[in-house]
Write a protein that binds this ligand. Sequence first.
Ligand SMILES: [Zn+2]
Length: 237
Amino acid sequence: MKATAAEQLDLLSLANLEAEIARTRRAISEVANPAQYATERAAQLELASKLIDARNDLDSIELELKRAEADLHLVEERIKKDNQRLVNTNSPKDAQGIQSELVSLAARKSDLEDAELFILERKEIAQSSFETIAQQKHLIDADLEVAISANEQQVLKLRSGLDLQEQDKAQQAARLSPELLKLFAQKASRGIPVARLIGRECGACRISMGASAYAEVTALASDEIATCPECQAVLVR
Ligand SMILES: [Zn+2]
């Protein structure tokens, strides 16, 4: 088949544009692959579940604390009442009974205060653990958000580059005759469709031609299409 030197260069440009487009598409599928955040997402999920556990721990300790405070309040009220009764009573027997109750109430109060202190210590530990986990989760959420947003920007950039490359390719293809386009499509379905001949080497398959094949190619008129005997690519001399 015949093609002018300019047409052969157009074929080469089209092949180069197709290769660029294929590279861009590969880059997009690598960058847009959601699997790259699998580790971070797993860590995020684990922290979310730990955060719920820590919140539940803290809630149950706070509930325990409220109950202990209510118990202590009851005992304190009872002590106040007993003290009033003690002041108001004239009966020594009653006074003895009240005093003995006051002794056991004092013991009960001391136990409840100890228990309350213990709960307060546990609450402090649970609170600090909750805050640590919340902080870790906040960090990973923020990191992931930044990474995903940068990634989306990169994909957008690659996609708009791809649009331009597709436009260039359409323009380049419009310059070629239907026969040459058909030839190009046939060659492209097998591999690299067009390449330079560099010395004796085919730019597509990188195999050097034997002396007789090379002599045949160089003997062709410049508007005759030369083909690599190994990979069938159109060779631009
Ligand atoms: Zn070749």
